[in-house]
Design a protein around this ligand. Structure first.
Ligand code: FES
Length: 355
């Protein structure tokens, strides 16, 4: 039976339908944002200044914000770390163009000032703790500089004199985004050191080399005493993890990866086929991985997803039983009734999910 409340309050989606005819940027169910400006940072990185219709979006420096675009009737979502400061009205994201990437290609090749995108809920724990240590080390590779730049600026805003070092790796000198801004920060903050480490300099100088114990000892002799925030491609993060783990300091290393995980086609040959049971759906399938999400979708199920790379936690589900490996952290989980992220969990044996 309809209650008075149901009868008198229009459905929120109906309100959206009406609002859309007044202004496509208005919505009571979604956070929409117009592209207010586009800046070229490097040959393959552009910054998009987004103006949310509902005012400033609440997020913490280092978190990522899902950006959704609808192309050909299909909604695509990718997480990006804002480089603008929390509380600012406009939200700025810097996007690296991945040839073949649907969202980054649209943003780089088609998007124009005035276009609308949708923003999701900010998420992620690549953030400074409320009382952070006096000495910090930041490690960034490629587009991982966005999250690192946001956290670094937050640290400097909170403590002007903080002792911080940035190691920023890119292929060529022209590939360093925000280079001028980083050097300006270095001039303003006496205890900040910025090292731009080009792997393939085009001016005849030798390569700065990849992250290694010898390089760390040379550039940051006290690196093992620092709290470390690293974001970049998997080889850089794996090298960092190996070094800090071998030194018994793994807990000091906070890492974030934005590289898309391989999809089902990439490592089909390496996967093991295991039975996966979806308890609520009363289905058991031979899981052909590589992730529980891929197995669920291949079985015709449509669990909620967002980033599909282990960041937003939208796909988190209860694992009733079974042994899985987290493809981001490498952690193996065989505890019953544990919460797992489907998009990055790889079954190592029979698994039962509450799905
Ligand atoms: S979809 Fe975002 S963590 Fe799985």
């Amino acid at each position: 039976m309809l209650s008075l409340r149901d009868a008198t309050l229009p459905d929120r989606h109906w309100i959206d339908f009406v609002l859309r005819h007044v202004d496509p940027a208005l919505s009571v169910t979604r956070t929409l944002a117009r592209i207010a400006a586009i800046r070229v940072e490097t040959s393959d990185i552009k910054t998009f200044v987004l103006r949310p219709s509902k005012g400033a979006l609440a997020f913490a420096a280092g978190q990522s914000v899902p950006v959704r675009v609808t192309l050909g009737g299909v909604v695509y979502e990718r997480p990006y770390s804002p480089i603008s400061e929390p509380g600012e009205r406009d939200l700025s994201i810097s996007v690296k163009h991945h040839p073949g990437g649907v969202v980054s290609s649209w943003l780089h090749e088609r998007a124009a000032v005035g276009d609308l995108v949708e923003l999701g809920e900010p998420a992620g724990d690549f953030v400074l703790p409320p009382s952070f240590p006096a000495r910090l080390l930041f490690v960034a590779g490629g587009s991982g500089i966005s999250a690192v730049y946001a956290v670094l600026r937050h640290a400097l805003r909170e403590r002007h004199e903080i002792d911080a070092t940035l190691l920023y790796y890119a292929r060529r000198p022209a590939d360093f985004a925000f280079a001028d801004a980083l050097h300006a920060l270095e001039r303003r903050h006496p205890a900040l050191r910025v090292h731009l480490l080009a792997q393939q300099p085009d001016d005849g100088t030798p390569s700065a080399g990849r992250l290694s114990p010898a390089q760390l000892d040379a550039l940051v002799p006290d690196h093992l005493q620092r709290e470390v925030f690293a974001c970049g491609p998997a080889p850089l993060l794996d090298a960092a993890s190996a070094h800090w783990s071998a030194a018994g300091c793994a807990a000091r290393l906070h890492r974030e990866s934005f590289a898309p995980l391989p999809d089902a086609r990439d490592d089909a040959a390496a996967r093991t086929v295991v039975p996966v049971t979806f308890r609520r759906s009363a289905r058991t399938v031979d899981g052909g991985g590589p992730t529980l999400l891929a197995i669920a979708e291949a079985a015709g199920l449509r669990p909620a997803t967002g980033c599909r790379m282990g960041i937003c936690r939208t796909c988190t589900c209860t694992k009733i039983a079974g042994r899985v490996r987290d493809r981001v952290t490498g952690a193996v989980d065989d505890a019953p009734m544990s919460r797992v992220r489907l998009c990055v969990s790889e079954p190592l044996g029979p698994v039962t999910l509450d799905l």
